[in-house]
Ligand binder design. Structure first.
Ligand code: UD1
Ligand code: CA
Length: 468
């Protein structure tokens, strides 16, 4: 079988992004654009993939690792020059080479496959993937002769008035006969408006040499969108978001308002889960079946098992086991783990802590750096005091314990199984099994003391007025 290669162009700085971040590393639905491109390329089972890198090379390498080989383009002299930098890795090969840009994140592997098929059928030296754009501005245009045969590609800045009227654009994806590609590249000149060596010039060169130049027009322009600035980045994100949300819905997930639901690429969600408006699911997150992810919740890098309810809360790098729930307005910070049927209610924060099965903390509490057993009740306003201004300390609380409202549990500390903390205590000493810790001043009641207080006269007066 014929060998297949791909070259991903990713060395341009992306000046139009006006960014410190290198262009192809900008994310669309949580994944860098160049990673989207490579992910789709990988599905087409290439014999070799070479990514051309320049500025920001280390970051791109770090991201893509050994999924691709690399060629360095130390000066960005144009897309033709960029492809030429792969010559030492690919120049000698027989086969078919696809070239694709790292800033076109929406292409699907299926479209690449269609292009390969068409290219083979035509027996062409090159097949350009083209699309029809409503607004073709800034794209290279496909120039066809009077019988409709492609003669060349002309860039926006070099186009005549007439040529700018053409709506068929170069998507920046091509299939080449590998040997012919490199032969033609050596003939590309930079005598154009941008002073660059354009890859699209290879088309005119091949045409003049009498080679077969073919063009395959894809149906959906939006899939070919190139991202050169932040406007296009937001448009590409919208397209990707729609694609991702539709896939989840077809897989049995209810998304109430897909226009306003932001799910990163690659996140798995079980069937019959309901996602309410304004939810953000990010990073390495996994959601089980029959969950309810309430409006405006944000879940990052977390595992959410089945039948979990999250109400208007933020969950980061945490695990929620089946049937647990959190919120409204609570925050699970990194390394929190909620056991089955755990309840974390309103305005709570959990950080680097494990809550065993069926443990409950209903309201306004902070649990940090702690290991809590099962079936514990944490009253309202309990604070795990884990920090002395220098170091963090750990607390352990045993099964079936009860921590009364408004208590401070000062770490490091051990509260045994079945231990009890009286409300309003500041607990600094361990409590043994079946023991109760109480640490608060005793109450003293003073009869008739109210009458000695300055408020007394005013109170009597007010009472009188009420009665009148
Ligand atoms: C390019 C095409 C244009 C096409 C459009 C599709 C050229 C000259 N023009 O225009 O016909 O319609 O893509 O999106 O090819 N790059 C390098 N090294 C360089 C220059 C660019 O690696 O020296 C990379 C960039 O990182 C980018 C890709 O090549 O990923 C395309 O370059 P870009 O400057 O974005 O070209 P466009 O102006 O979009
Ligand atoms: Ca581009």
């Amino acid at each position: 079988m014929e060998k297949k290669f791909t070259i991903i162009l990713a060395a341009g700085q992306g000046t139009r992004m006006k960014s410190k971040l290198y262009k192809v590393l900008h994310k669309v639905s949580g994944k860098a654009m160049v990673d989207h491109v490579l992910t789709q390329v990988e599905k087409t089972h290439m014999d070799k993939v070479v990514t051309v890198i320049g500025h920001g090379a280390e970051q791109v390498r770090e991201l893509l690792g050994d999924r691709t080989e690399y060629a360095l383009q130390s000066e960005q002299l144009g897309t033709g020059h960029a492809v030429l930098q792969t010559e030492s890795l690919l120049g000698g090969e027989e086969g078919m080479t696809m070239v694709v840009s790292g800033d076109t994140p929406l292409f699907r592997a299926e479209t690449f496959e269609e292009l390969f098929e068409y290219h083979k059928q035509k027996g062409a030296a090159v097949t350009i993937l083209t699309a029809n754009a409503d607004n073709p501005f800034s794209y290279g245009r496909i120039v066809r002769n009077n019988v409709g045969v492609v003669s060349k590609i002309v860039e926006q800045k070099d186009a005549t008035r007439e040529e700018t009227e053409i709506t068929e654009i170069n998507t920046g994806v091509y299939c080449f006969d590998n040997k012919k590609l490199f032969a033609a590249l050596h003939q590309v000149k930079n005598n154009n408006a941008q002073g660059e060596y354009y890859l699209p010039d290879v088309i005119g060169i091949m045409k003049n040499q009498g080679e077969i130049v073919a063009a395959y027009q894809m149906d959906d322009f939006s899939e070919s969108m190139g991202v050169n600035d932040r406007l296009a980045l937001s448009k590409a994100t919208k397209v990707m978001q729609k694609r991702i949300n539709e896939e989840h819905m077809l897989n049995g997930v209810t998304i109430i308002d897909p226009e306003n639901t932001y799910i990163d690429y690659g996140i798995k969600i079980g069937s019959d889960t309901v996602i309410e408006p304004g939810v953000q699911l990010q990073g390495n997150t996994k959601i089980g079946e029959d969950c309810v992810i309430g409006a405006h919740s944000k879940i990052v890098d977390s595992t959410i098992e089945d039948r979990v309810t999250i109400t208007a809360s933020t969950v980061e790098s945490s695990i929620m086991h089946s049937d647990s729930n959190v919120g409204p307005n609570s925050h699970l910070r990194p390394k929190s783990e909620l056991g089955e049927f755990v309840h974390v209610g309103n305005f709570c924060e959990v950080k680097n802590a494990t809550l065993g099965a069926r443990t409950k903390m209903g309201h306004l509490s902070y649990v940090g750096d702690a290991t809590l057993g099962t079936d514990i009740n944490i009253g309202c306003g309990v604070v795990f005091v884990n920090y002395d201004g220098v170091s963090k300390y750990h607390s352990n609380v045993g099964d079936y314990s009860f921590i009364g409202s408004n208590s401070n549990v000062v770490a490091p500390i051990e509260l045994a199984d079945h231990s009890y903390v009286a409300a309003g205590s500041t607990i600094t000493k361990d409590v043994e099994q079946y023991g109760m810790g109480i640490a608060r001043a005793r109450q003293v009641n003073k009869p008739d003391y109210f009458k000695k207080l300055p408020v007394y006269e005013a109170a009597i007066e007010a009472e009188k007025n009420q009665k009148n």
